[in-house]
Design a protein around this ligand. Structure first.
Ligand code: KE4
Length: 429
């Protein structure tokens, strides 16, 4: 495929935007080459600036679960825009989306809308700290909760010491309140809780992880976290920015059958427009301004255009819950087809799949946490990514991402994807 115009646009973008992108993963640094500039999209297909049609397995990193330019969402946004775009005043549509979200998600009484997943997770942690009066949080190596300072932390020196910044600009003062545990390793969490007794406000986790590739919680891991939080009066925060309204109506809480204390959302809840949210039972949300002392605010929070997109999206998912099963079936079909090609070609790989989230790791070892995910062969991944892109298959440009299937993908698209892998498999060594 030719990417001449994308390359020219990338050169121009780099003159005015750091790295030529407004979010680093889009720059193809992990896979090399220049990023593809998209011109428009419809259903399961992206149409780039060079006229290439690409089958999309990112769906804008999750939001477009019904496919691009889904008519009810587009119509809702157009109609709403004709009546004004933002008021900085309460509007009825915010209540309609809040009421629908509360009806779909178990164990929440109230929800606050913000403008991104980062804002949702950042605010959820502040609320947990305000509610408990404690300062520290536990997160997991490899889990991503957005770019708020408290989350840009890597493992500290010892197993039970605090973390250290993994980005310049994050202070040691911030890092000391973030403790790093290992995903799927309950003992690592218990050790931190014991070493910081009475000081931990919350444990925040991706209940099904998507930012190490897809990592599935092992039996009783999440249940163990719930029990530990109950014993130690720690709040359990499910970061459902990816899993919310994707795994099921009620997200990971419903599928895993475990209640969090605070749940965060993003992506799907905004239908492709900027919406994040955090939600909890009244006892906790009652601490949030203006009812309570924990401050949080936003000029465009609850923006009517974003609310109209989110309401159209969630209404569709609420009325057609069979979509979640259909998406999981398509993901299983894709995974099985690709696994057969890789096995027949004797390529070492692991495939993790949960609902409509899936990832392939070129390693012999099972991928159960960040350390095992990092053992994937990135040289092979790069060949895989570009080999598929050259055949019109657009996959996440990083081995530490999950694929997000959308409902507009047909089984013919899945077969075309499997065939594309078959065409390049012999080179994946
Ligand atoms: P945003 O601030 O990007 O809306 O959400 C942050 C976030 C929070 N929690 C989870 C579980 C997430 O996956 C994300 C964002 N996901 C990435 C993809 N892995 C967004 C892509 C990007 O950074 O451009």
């Amino acid at each position: 495929m030719i990417y001449r115009r994308s390359s020219a646009l990338f050169a121009e973008a780099q003159r005015y935007i750091p790295g030529g992108v407004n979010s680093p993963v889009r720059a193809f640094k992990a896979v090399g080459g220049n990023p593809v500039f998209v011109k428009e999209a419809k259903g399961a297909y992206l149409y780039d600036e060079d006229g290439n049609r690409l089958i999309d397995y990112i769906a804008s990193w999750g939001p477009l679960i019904l496919g691009h330019a889904y008519a009810p969402v587009i119509e809702a946004v157009i109609e709403k825009a004709k009546k004004g775009t933002s008021f900085g005043m309460p509007t009825e549509i915010e209540t309609r989306l809040a009421r629908l979200a509360v009806s779909m998600v178990p164990n929440i009484d109230k929800i606050r809308f913000v403008n991104s997943g980062t804002e949702a997770c950042m605010s959820a942690v502040r609320l947990a700290r305000g509610f408990t009066g404690r300062d520290k949080i536990i997160k997991f190596a490899g889990c991503y909760h957005g770019h708020s300072d408290s989350f840009l932390i890597q493992a500290g020196s010892g197993a039970v010491t605090f973390g250290s910044p993994n980005s310049p600009g994050v202070t040691q003062g911030t890092a000391k309140d973030t403790l790093l545990a290992t995903y799927n390793n309950l003992e690592s969490v218990k050790a931190l809780a014991a070493a910081n007794k009475g000081e931990i406000a919350a444990i925040i986790i991706e209940p099904v992880a998507g930012n190490m590739g897809c990592i599935i919680p092992e039996e009783n891991f999440i249940k163990g976290l719930r029990e530990l939080c109950d014993q130690e009066n720690i709040l359990l925060i499910f970061d459902e920015v990816m899993t919310g309204f994707r795994l099921a109506k009620g997200g990971a809480q419903e599928v895993l059958g475990i209640n969090a204390d605070i749940v965060t959302f993003g992506k799907v809840i905004g239908g492709g427009l900027p919406v994040g949210a955090f939600a909890a039972r009244e006892e906790i949300m009652g601490h949030l301004a203006p009812d309570g002392p924990v401050y949080q605010a936003g000029t465009l929070s609850g923006n009517p255009l974003a609310m109209s997109a989110g309401l159209a999206m969630l209404t569709e998912l609420n009325n057609r819950p069979e979509i979640f099963r259909s998406l999981a079936d398509k993901t299983q079909y894709l995974g099985q087809g690709m696994a057969k090609v890789l096995t027949d070609n004797h390529i070492p790989f692991q495939m993790n799949r949960f609902g409509s989230m899936i990832s392939i790791h070129f390693t012999e070892e099972p991928v159960v946490d960040f350390e095992s995910s990092a053992k994937g062969n990135n040289a092979v991944f790069k060949k895989y990514f570009h080999g598929m892109l050259d055949q019109g298959i657009y996959l996440p440009p990083s081995a530490f991402e999950s694929y997000f299937l959308n409902d507009a993908l047909s089984y013919d698209d899945l077969d075309e994807t499997i065939a594309a892998l078959s065409n390049i498999a012999k080179d994946l060594h």
